[in-house]
Design a protein around this ligand. Structure first.
Ligand code: COA
Length: 467
């Protein structure tokens, strides 16, 4: 005859009225010895209440939100084998118990016989106390050793898993909205550390977002962007300050940039382009037309060459739409323009069909309108790829933020003369640093690097544009 064990809240020091914050089992669940039944949390500590024996849960006698004290009834467990009192748990013993979630499907106890035929005994001995680490007093209680709660043999589905984490880590997880059972532990003996929680949040932030992709929301309870509040600091306490309202453009672009930064798993790739010949050609044309109205800009060459590279690698001229990739057959190129009010991105439509002179003059006119604050919304929409050129200012490399819903953006810094080995000697070559940020969901490293290498090749020898 199986024995029915009544589990009670063990000695939790002077604490009374302690809230139950988690109940892990339901009637009929199989549970391993030491598997967590429920978690209590005082204002200073959390502790799990473990099953004293392996068996089947026949009754659950508390629920989340109940407030309990020592001796409160927790559950009735029908022991799988004649009940053996767990050895009196020392703090260390409890802490070192197996931390890894294991499926008990193969070893789960046989289905229970009728509870009514079972004998009842009570377990609220100190053996049921999970762990009391160092120090004294209830503050030192921590959660139990993490032992899997086994599903009944017929149910192979994932069962709730008890976790092994300190109260401060549990608190952090609650503040960030993180389900600890999903966080891989890296601490000793399977303990989840604060760094594990923050690493989990980081990886969750990089998951494709439902709103962006149209795909189902990431697994519930782990991927929400519930961040710690922004620090509120009275800066005037530390020295004189001025408070200047953000421009409308900065407020709008700031929100978009923040969204793109957290929602797009972007990687930035770097390449140098030899633009010695390009620059000679550009200067020559500009000299020839010194009295005319043609002034070829480097930006025009970048736009022209980018379109050719996009035609060769169409994934970079695309957008994600749920599980589909929208490959665009148009080449509308946005370019970042620095204005007194903030960054705006005018768009040159059908850039592939325009000459270098047309691209230079249109970009110049759009940049002037942008700086005068006169761009119409239509002139800033519909881009399929963006170029952000800081070359007139300087820099050697940077990581531009992908401009959603595009999947890639080209960053350009200042060209500089560099010694390049030609096989026999070092030659001075005008070298243009290119930085491509690309959404890794669409563009992997090999593709991004091929695109950049191709683009650099076009800029190095413009005759390739004719191919
Ligand atoms: N390397 C070396 N020199 C460069 C260069 C580069 N990569 N890019 C431009 N220059 C030179 C130009 O040739 C020009 O000299 P020139 O008169 O002899 O031809 C000079 O620098 C000024 O160029 P610039 O005013 O930047 O013109 P542009 O046509 O190259 O660029 C814009 C136009 C709109 C892109 C540019 O004015 C701008 O606003 N850039 C900032 C973009 C930005 O803020 N991006 C960051 C987003 S976070």
């Amino acid at each position: 005859m199986s024995e029915l064990i009544e589990v009670r809240v063990p000695d939790i020091g002077d604490y009374a009225d302690v809230p139950v914050i988690d109940v892990y089992v339901a009637v009929g669940d199989a549970i391993a010895a030491d598997g967590a039944l429920a978690t209590l949390e005082s204002d200073k500590a959390t502790m799990d209440i473990p099953a004293p024996v392996a068996g089947i849960v026949r009754e659950v006698l508390l629920k989340v939100g109940d407030r309990v004290a020592q001796g409160a009834r927790v559950a009735l467990i029908e022991a799988a084998a004649p009940a053996q009192a767990a050895p009196a748990a020392s703090a260390d013993a409890a802490i070192t118990a197996a931390p890894v979630a294991t499926s008990m499907a193969a070893t789960a106890p046989a289905p229970a016989t009728a509870a009514s035929s079972s004998a009842v005994s009570t377990s609220s001995s100190p053996a049921a106390v999970t762990a009391q680490v160092s120090g004294s007093g209830p503050q030192a209680f921590v959660s139990s050793a993490a032992t899997a709660i086994a599903p009944p043999p017929v149910e192979a589905a994932a069962a709730p898993v008890a976790t092994h984490a300190s109260p401060s880590v549990r608190k952090l997880a609650r503040e960030l909205g993180v389900d600890l059972t999903r966080v891989p532990a890296s601490g000793p003996k399977g303990r989840i550390l604060a760094d594990d929680v923050t690493a989990w949040v980081k990886s969750a932030l990089q998951a494709p977002a439902a709103a962006e992709t149209g795909s189902p929301a990431p697994a519930a309870g782990g991927a929400g962007l519930t961040l710690a509040p922004w620090p509120q600091v009275d800066f005037a306490k530390y020295g004189p300050v001025d408070s200047v309202p953000l421009s409308r453009i900065k407020k709008m672009s700031g929100a978009n940039l923040a969204r793109n930064w957290v929602m797009i798993p972007a990687v930035t790739y770097h390449e140098d382009a030899d633009i010695t010949a390009l620059e000679e050609f550009r200067q020559q044309i500009n000299r020839e037309n010194a009295k005319g109205n043609i002034k070829l800009t480097l930006l025009a060459f970048l736009i022209k060459s980018s379109v050719a590279a996009l035609q060769r690698f169409p994934e970079l001229n695309s957008s994600l739409d749920g599980d589909a990739l929208i490959l665009k057959k148009y080449y509308h190129i946005g370019f970042a323009a620095d204005t007194p009010h903030g960054l705006v991105v005018p768009v040159i439509r059908d850039a592939g069909g325009k000459s270098l002179a047309e691209l230079a003059s249109e970009a110049g006119a759009l940049a002037d309108r942008a700086r005068a604050g006169k761009l119409a919304p239509a002139e800033m929409s519909g881009a399929s790829f963006t170029i952000s050129s800081l070359g007139g200012i300087g820099g050697t490399a940077f990581s531009p933020i992908v401009n959603a819903p595009e999947v890639a953006i080209l960053g350009v810094n200042k060209a500089a003369m560099k010694p390049v080995w030609n096989g026999e000697t070092f030659e001075p070559r005008l070298t243009l640093p290119l930085s491509l940020s690309a959404d890794h969901r669409v563009v992997d490293g090999a593709l991004a690097t091929r695109f950049l290498a191709h683009l650099a090749g076009l800029l190095a020898d413009l005759r390739r544009l004719l191919l």
